[in-house]
Design a protein around this ligand. Structure first.
Ligand code: PMP
Ligand code: GLN
Length: 379
């Protein structure tokens, strides 16, 4: 049979590749982003409670109690009004939220502005739906957006702009001024914003997360995507949510119902009960800021250079004083020979830009970070 690939240039995700290699070589895995500690015992208690009696389909948009809890979260954190009936859908992780949003709104020939380095699921989803990717490079070292470049990239075909703050893989965050510039640029245009906010509760040094939900004009033409995986240390549950005004959510749900219809019911109920206590998410940044600071202090004496990190659970390290190897080659060698797996940054650029940067996930127990730092300090 002749197969005509929809993604002829796409290979296996770097996260699967590096975690696979880490396993094969029994390396410490700071590559794929996931914690090596469990979720809160109280949350697991709620799971035990709901696992009996709720093992049939959830409502199509998600359990109402969880949608209500999300609306409270959006109100508590961003002073934003979203309606649980019409504006929230619970998804199979942020990945499905992003893919479904693109499927719902991108047609053949539509242009989508994406900032690089870009999380790996955006571009393939755009391409599958016939969209044209317009990449814009974030400016090193703070991975800032040049809004003049964005303005000059917008054409009559621009249908969507995807932003992501706190940003994976760079660990940087957008400021209020960025959101205001975006709001001004898309106002009165038929341009939709997807705002990937999966690290919304991990902003450091007193910075506030700039959700599009804080900007009512912008929020009217935006889809917010988030992930419970990050917030409650449960990436394996693959649960997330999407928030958008009713007219956008209507279209989103038309696709959602045929991709998954609904997602894991008992876990939604457990999350709803757990997240009713706002401190579960509002205090998270203290936990991760302490992890960031500990990891940075452990590697500060190494030959790596620490890049800025104001959000997420990722730290970029620059290895220009260590080797001239390509980042992928270095990352593979580190895993195989030194027993430490990381993520090379070039994979998040369409032109595989080489900047001698590796991404390290610090969502790990202190002892894991200490073992990793021991290796880092020998290089
Ligand atoms: N967006 C970003 C920026 C991410 O880092 C991730 C990954 N963890 C996702 C989306 C996907 O989240 P999920 O695992 O909930 O699908
Ligand atoms: N978001 C996680 C990361 O950046 C990985 C998610 C995945 O494996 N697809 O490492």
């Amino acid at each position: 049979m002749k197969i005509i690939s929809k993604l002829p240039h796409t290979g296996t995700s770097i996260f699967a590749v590096m975690s696979g290699l880490a396993k094969e070589h029994q390396a410490i895995n700071l590559s794929q982003g996931f914690p090596d500690y469990d979720c809160h015992p109280q949350l697991l208690e709620f799971v035990r409670k709901h696992i009996s009696g709720f093992n049939q389909y959830a409502p199509l948009p998600g359990a109402l109690s969880l949608r209500e809890t999300i609306c409270e979260l959006l109100q508590n954190c961003y002073n934003a009004n979203y309606h649980p009936e019409t504006d929230i859908t619970i998804t199979a992780g942020a990945t499905q939220g992003i893919y479904t949003s693109i499927a719902a709104f991108i047609n053949q020939g539509d242009e989508v502005i994406v900032f690089e380095p870009a999380y790996d699921s955006y571009i393939p989803a755009i391409e599958v739906h016939g969209g044209i990717v317009k990449p814009i490079t974030l400016e090193y070292p703070n991975f800032t957006i040049n809004w003049d470049v964005v303005k000059n990239t917008i054409t009559n075909q621009t249908k969507m702009i995807i932003i992501n703050s706190p940003h994976n893989p760079s660990g940087t965050t957008l400021g209020e001024d960025d959101l205001l510039q975006l709001q001004a640029l898309v106002k009165d245009k038929d341009i939709l914003v997807i705002s990937d906010e999966v690290y919304e509760h991990m902003c450091f040094d007193g910075k506030k997360h700039q959700s599009v939900a804080r900007f009512p004009t912008l929020a009217k033409q935006s889809i917010i995507v988030s992930s419970f995986g990050k917030t409650v240390h449960a990436t394996g549950w693959k649960l997330g949510y999407v928030a958008a005004p009713k007219e956008l959510m209507n279209e989103f749900r038309k696709i959602h119902q045929y991709l998954v219809f609904c997602v894991n019911h008992p876990l939604q109920l457990a999350l709803a009960e757990y997240l009713k206590d706002a401190s579960t998410y509002q205090e998270l940044h203290h936990f991760y800021q302490a992890k960031r600071d500990y990891f940075r202090s452990l590697v500060s004496g190494s030959r790596f250079l620490l890049e800025p990190c104001s959000g997420t659970y990722f730290q970029l390290l620059n290895y220009k004083h260590i080797t001239e190897e390509k980042d992928i080659d270095f990352a593979i060698r580190l895993t195989k020979q030194k027993g430490l797996a990381t993520i090379p940054l070039s994979v998040f650029y369409s032109d595989q830009k080489q900047q001698q940067l590796l991404r390290f996930c610090f969502a790990k127990k202190d002892e894991t970070l200490e073992k990793a730092a021991e290796i880092i300090c020998t290089l």
